[in-house]
Design a binder for this molecule. Structure first.
Ligand SMILES: *Cc1c(COP(=O)(O)O)cnc(C)c1O
Length: 645
């Protein structure tokens, strides 16, 4: 899995931007929105082939000029719209191709991105297709009721429901909304019946079925017998009978299924669709009017562009997905003479991943100290051994040299622990060890790295310190080992010279990025450029538009980053449509019940005491309090210009 340089990193002559595009996989996962210019900048085509192209680097510069500092989340509203258009086009094509007598009408699952500007945009541009929303909680239901003003759009109500949730959904029907309350647990039927009776009106209803097909991958247990939600076949039958008994079967319109997110293998999907189709046909046979079949989420994103059934990819296209949904449901309904249902999907990841790009800067780098220290008189034997080893590494004895180096370093550590080696001799031994590693790595050059020498490459890798919290901005990289494409957004016409990983700002040792996409697998080191201070080095994290923002947390009190919405302007160029400033330090402290004002006051009081005691001058006290007050007003991330060096 480790990166094996095909040619030495330092010797990449005639490097071109196109080679970077290949190296970082952008030419595969970036389609059709991202590419690399000849000047080595990442370019964005928010409307894909429909025209308009932005230089991401100039965009970041111009946003910085508006004091929107990094890390910065850039949301391309046009990409969101383009994704919606592609989803609908794919279903439209499939419907025509198979002569399906029904339509597609999707909903956006709010849990994927709850931010108001994003949802408003989804509702506004989705109107032409009567695109709706899916709510999974009472709070999401309120958002959906407020935002969804298209009477023909669907509002699918999932999740646990109490009486207030149910009554709100039922009453909303009187406002002209069309909530479809999905029964997910057997005991929800009684509550629903009671509420309907009390209000003299029933909601449109759905049932969520638990499929026997076991999903695969991370969300595999969203289906199968152990799934958290959904009615088993016996429960489904009981529910239908109860609804018939209480006279509500007339309102049963939708069958809902969700077998998990990021389904990477289309074979799993096909099997699930067959089961869904048969259940749908049976529900109609039992006398339910039905009309809608909701295939849930699961439509995957090809994060690494490899088109494989691996976790960071999918072995199918959007069109394959639509074709399979349409064709399979048709195959189930046609022979039984069951009218074709309106097909619904709750595609969150596939709609929302591409439109947001997180840009962050690298603050500095750290590497092991492999400088060879000058030899001293009367060095301990262990240090002399390492010096001798360093002088005798040759291309012929690399493996042996590596094992000796490790042995001598371990011996030095033991000797230090037992008090036989001074701190300064231990320091010398470590530097010599790293120098041996570096020499071995240089000799390895472009030959394949033998398995037992691979730790050298990783150990010698540089650490790039990133102005970012992965817990805030890319939590899935930590929580579920999700891979997102990460790469520099400029200097792509220069060959990368360094292999490195990223460490974030948090004090958590998990706060790092050290797994990178690598066409169906992953690599532990990323090809990077040397820093050239004072010039910045900017990185982009791509395809992170779904789930990351809401799952992100305040670990180490790093708050929300600045976020902007960019739209292509009709006269060319772009428009900064929305700016959402990130959290200030004061915001995050307040969120945890601290009181910034009394915090300042307490420090001011203590500084007065220190002044009185002659321990602090008035100008220094002023400087101190100004820093405290400014810090509270500013972002939680590092500020440009305030950094040391
Ligand atoms: C999470 C979820 C979705 C969204 O799934 P994606 O894979 O992101 O499309 C859809 N429906 C339900 C019920 C969900 O829980």
């Amino acid at each position: 899995m480790h990166f094996t340089p095909k040619q030495p990193l330092t010797d990449r002559t005639n490097w071109s931007a196109a080679q970077s595009s290949r190296l970082y996989g952008l030419e595969a996962w970036g389609q059709p929105y991202f590419s690399v210019s000849e000047q080595g900048h990442v370019m964005v085509r928010p409307r894909a082939e429909r025209g308009g192209c932005l230089d991401l680097v100039s965009l970041v510069r111009s946003l910085q000029a508006r004091s929107l500092s990094l890390p910065l989340l850039i949301r391309f509203d046009d990409i969101l719209e383009d994704r919606l258009a592609r989803l609908h086009d794919a279903f439209e094509r499939a419907i025509i191709q198979y002569g399906y007598r029904g339509r597609y009408q999707g909903v956006f699952p709010i849990k994927c991105h709850q931010q108001r500007h994003v949802l408003e945009h989804v509702v506004r541009v989705g109107r032409r297709w009567n695109f709706g929303l899916e709510a999974g909680s009472k709070a999401e239901l309120l958002i959906a009721l407020a935002l969804l003003d298209d009477p023909d759009a669907l509002l699918v109500c999932n999740g646990y429901k109490d009486t207030r949730y149910l009554e709100t959904a039922i009453l909303a029907r009187r406002l002209g909304r069309r909530p479809l309350v999905v029964i997910e647990q057997p005991d929800e039927v009684d509550g629903l019946t009671a509420c309907s009776r009390r209000l003299g009106m029933a909601p449109l209803m759905g049932v969520r079925a638990k499929l026997s097909v076991q999903g695969i991958g991370r969300w595999g247990n969203s289906s199968g017998d152990g799934a958290k939600f959904g009615l088993s076949v016996p429960d489904l039958l009981t529910t239908v009978n109860t609804l018939r008994d209480v006279g509500l079967l007339e309102e049963l319109r939708l069958l809902h299924v969700h077998i998990g997110s990021q389904i990477s293998d289309i074979a799993v999907l096909k099997e699930a669709l067959q089961e869904m189709g048969q259940i749908y046909v049976q529900l109609v046979a039992l006398g339910a009017p039905m009309g809608y079949l909701d295939v849930g989420g699961g439509l995957g994103v090809d994060y690494d562009g490899s088109c494989t059934a691996t976790a960071a990819s999918t072995n199918y296209s959007l069109q394959n997905y639509a074709n399979d949904v349409v064709a399979t449901i048709q195959e189930c309904c046609q022979p039984r003479g069951v009218p074709m249902p309106t097909l619904v999907s709750e595609s969150g990841r596939a709609v929302a991943s591409h439109f947001s790009v997180l840009v962050f800067d690298v603050l500095s780098t750290g590497r092991v100290n492999a400088v060879v220290p000058p030899s001293q008189e009367e060095e301990p034997l262990l240090v002399r051994n390492l010096r001798e080893l360093l002088a005798t590494v040759t291309p012929e004895n690399l493996q042996e040299a590596w094992h000796d180096a490790v042995k001598f370093k371990d011996d030095a550590l033991s000797a230090f622990r037992l008090g036989y080696l001074s701190l300064s001799d231990r320091g010398t031994a470590e530097q010599l060890y790293w120098a041996c590693c570096r020499t071995i790595a240089n000799h390895l050059g472009n030959q394949p790295v033998p398995a037992d020498l691979q730790p050298i490459t990783t150990a010698l890798a540089a650490t790039y310190y990133a102005n970012l919290s992965i817990f805030r901005s890319a939590p899935d990289t930590w929580a579920i080992d999700q891979l997102f494409p990460v790469m520099p957004i400029h200097r792509l016409h220069e060959p990368p010279q360094v292999l490195g990983t990223f460490a974030d700002l948090t004090c958590d040792s998990d706060g790092k990025l050290n797994r990178f996409i690598n066409s169906g697998t992953h690599k532990s080191l990323l090809e990077l450029h040397h820093l050239q201070p004072p010039n910045p080095y900017w990185m982009g994290l791509f395809l992170g538009g779904a789930y990351q923002e809401i799952m992100g947390n305040l670990h180490n009190l790093f708050g929300r980053t600045n976020a902007v919405h960019i739209r292509l302007a009709s006269q060319g160029g772009y428009q900064v449509a929305q700016v959402a400033r990130g959290n200030t330090t004061s915001d995050v402290l307040t969120a945890l019940d601290h009181d910034p004002r009394s915090l300042v006051e307490r420090l001011r009081r203590d500084s007065e005491i220190a002044i009185a005691a002659g321990n602090l001058t008035v100008p220094d006290a002023h400087r101190f309090i100004t820093h405290v007050e400014e810090s509270l007003r500013q972002s939680t991330y590092l500020e440009p210009g305030v950094r040391p060096h």
